[in-house]
Design a protein around this ligand. Structure first.
Ligand code: PEP
Length: 250
């Protein structure tokens, strides 16, 4: 984690309203975060304009939670990477397990979304992670490497070095169950090695976040692990005190 700037990213999921967001962002801004870490909130796309208005020229970056794999055209209901870029959006989560599960997103679709986001200068946060069943069957490494490899296959080395990866064990998301620091580190090291087999430079650059019930009381022990470069935080990102405590722990 030494050479890489820690990234603390909130995933608001489908929560918020104009008034709740302005309250939460107001509380975060009022805390005038003094952190060496990069702080990010990933919001429903309809609130990007609000974030652009409230967060421009502040130390909090904002991103989206999904993006189309296409740049424009007849894709009703989708939002293109260029549209995200229009609102100064810096990041987009791709392949979150909820989208893989409820919207049947394949590894190949996640790879295309990552590629198209990068073309609009938006950094994809590529989520990977195993289900409980896969972990119990001893397939964790195979699953996450296959998910990452699909994205690596469509990117050149320069683009690869710009992505962020988030390891989110599906059984830990929203369940209150967290991977132990050792369990998470083991998978993060496998992901780093997978990147290194392709490009030593990318392996050094790419930040690998941990996600899955990260909270103020477990953030520090996770974030000190050598290959954990930050966190992707769901539930605890919706309360300013909790999110700020995680930022302080980083
Ligand atoms: C997530 O959905 O990305 C997540 C990590 O959620 P939670 O922190 O609530 O487990």
């Amino acid at each position: 984690a030494q050479q890489r700037r820690t990234l603390i990213a909130g995933n608001w999921k489908m929560n918020g309203s104009l008034s709740a967001n302005s309250g939460l962002l107001g509380d975060l801004l009022a805390a005038s975060i003094e952190s060496a870490s990069e702080v990010l909130v990933c919001v429903p796309s309809v609130y990007l304009a609000q974030c652009d208005a409230l967060l421009a020229k502040t130390s909090i970056a904002f991103g989206a939670q999904d993006v189309s794999a296409h740049q424009s055209g007849a894709y009703t209901g989708e939002v293109s990477p260029a549209m995200l870029a229009d609102f100064s959006c810096k990041y987009v989560i791709v392949g979150h397990s909820e989208r893989r599960a409820y919207h049947h997103e394949s590894n190949e679709l996640v790879a295309q979304k990552s590629l198209q986001a990068l073309r609009s200068n938006i950094c994809p946060i590529v989520c990977v992670g195993e289900t409980l069943e896969q972990r119990e069957a001893g397939k964790t490494n195979e699953v996450v490497v296959t998910q990452l490899q699909a994205v690596m296959d469509v990117l050149d080395d320069g683009a690869l070095a710009r992505i962020v990866v988030a390891y989110e064990p599906v059984w830990a998301i929203g369940t209150g169950k967290t991977a132990t620091p050792e369990m998470a580190q083991e998978v993060h090291a496998v992901l780093r090695k997978t990147l290194a087999e392709r490009s030593a430079f990318a392996a050094e650059k790419v930040r690998i976040l941990y996600g899955g019930s990260m909270k103020p009381d477990n953030a520090k022990e996770l974030l000190v692990m050598p290959d954990i470069d930050g966190g992707l935080i769901g539930g605890a990102a919706l309360k300013a005190v909790d999110f700020l405590a995680i930022i302080a722990a980083a």
